[in-house]
Design a protein around this ligand. Structure first.
Ligand code: NAP
Length: 319
């Protein structure tokens, strides 16, 4: 039985990845900064909390990382932990950099120090690219991040490349574009929109305040994206992959799709709040995942409209 250690198992991707790997027959270990205090709400929601072993690990503390790896002795490590909000990274740039760049470095160093024959996946992000205008970003597109989060993810990406090349570690990064699900917290704009639209459909008399609705993003479906992470670690050679749908839609499209699904006209319920604009937002996110299609046999089946539909269906059935 293979053993996987999922760093950041309490999050959206960690939970779906754990579920997928359990179905593949893996023994799953997962980390949280404080496993005693975290309620692992997502794991409880999908009914797998009792099937995974949970340990505390602070990524920015090398001793803590060494301890978790020594205890678990994993065959595969998935690093999904770290401050994951672009918006919050402008408020907490140091926390963001430490949890992502120092955290990834500590994991790579611990693997090297312990001499573990482990395969390592790092959660990189399309935010590394910055503005690509209408061009699709692929694995050869240069990085020009425009947020503390993007800067931290870019640093972690190059750490992984360096440890692969310098020390021969099996380490790779998935450069994932935005991916959503019912497990997304409301801090993220997609869930904020879906939750508000569903409350309004149930009779709430509220206004949904948004920042820049002209930004365009390549939105995919999280349960599909975790499959790509797994496939990267099943290859005989490590390399990095862009994971995306190849379609870009504006936030306004997302909003109107959500309200339309509920037979509502968004114009009656949405207002722009200038305070919600970011200091430095990306205009367009659009990815080209052809390498993943050719080498991993992976492609996104769910596009933006499917994502909206599934998030709303879940909300209507469960809230
Ligand atoms: P998530 O739901 O926010 O989960 C990340 C986990 O990391 C949390 O459950 C939390 O676990 C831990 N964490 C949060 N803040 C931290 C901090 N300051 N220091 C250390 N650990 C912290 O994120 P996700 O959406 O599942 O994404 C997984 C990974 O993929 C993240 O690294 C994210 O940046 C990256 N990514 C996500 C997307 C996307 O669209 N979802 C796209 C590209 C890349 P505990 O509280 O239990 O410690």
């Amino acid at each position: 039985m293979k053993r996987a250690l999922i760093c950041g198992i309490s999050g959206q991707d960690g939970t779906y990845l754990a579920q997928m790997l359990l179905n593949q027959g893996y023994e799953i270990w997962g980390t949280s900064r404080d496993a005693q205090m975290t309620n692992f709400h997502n794991l409880v929601t999908i009914g797998i909390k009792h099937k995974v072993k949970l340990v505390s690990m602070a990524l920015n503390d090398f001793r803590s990382v060494l301890q978790a790896l020594t205890l678990c002795k994993p065959d595969e490590i998935y690093n999904l932990a770290g401050q994951s909000s672009v918006g919050l990274s402008f408020e907490q740039p140091v926390e963001t950099l430490e949890s992502i760049a120092t955290g990834t470095l500590n994991l790579l160093e611990a693997i090297r120090f312990l001499g573990l024959p482990v395969k390592f996946y790092n959660a990189s992000s399309s935010e590394c690219f910055g503005n690509v205008n209408e061009n699709e970003a692929d694995e050869n597109t240069p990085f020009r991040p425009r947020s503390p989060y993007g800067v931290a993810k870019a640093a972690a990406f190059w750490e992984v490349v360096n440890y692969r090349e310098a020390y021969g570690l099996f380490a790779c990064s998935g450069i994932l574009f935005n991916h959503e699900s019912p497990l997304r917290p409301e801090r993220f704009v997609t869930q904020k929109i879906v939750s508000a639209a569903c409350r309004i459909a149930r009779g709430s008399n509220e206004t949904l305040y948004l920042g820049n609705i002209d930004i365009k993003r390549d939105w995919g479906w999280a349960p599909e994206y975790v499959v790509a992470m797994f496939l990267m670690l099943q290859k005989s050679e490590p390399t990095d992959y862009v994971i995306a749908t190849g379609e870009s839609h504006s936030l306004l499209d997302f909003v109107s799709e959500a309200f339309e699904y509920l037979d509502l006209d968004w114009k009656h319920y949405v207002s722009i709040d200038i305070q919600l604009m970011r200091p430095n937002d990306l205009g367009i996110g659009l990815g080209n995942a052809s390498k993943a299609k050719t080498q991993l046999g992976w492609q996104a089946n769910y596009k933006m409209k499917d994502v909206v539909r599934e998030m709303i269906k879940y909300n209507l059935m469960n809230k």
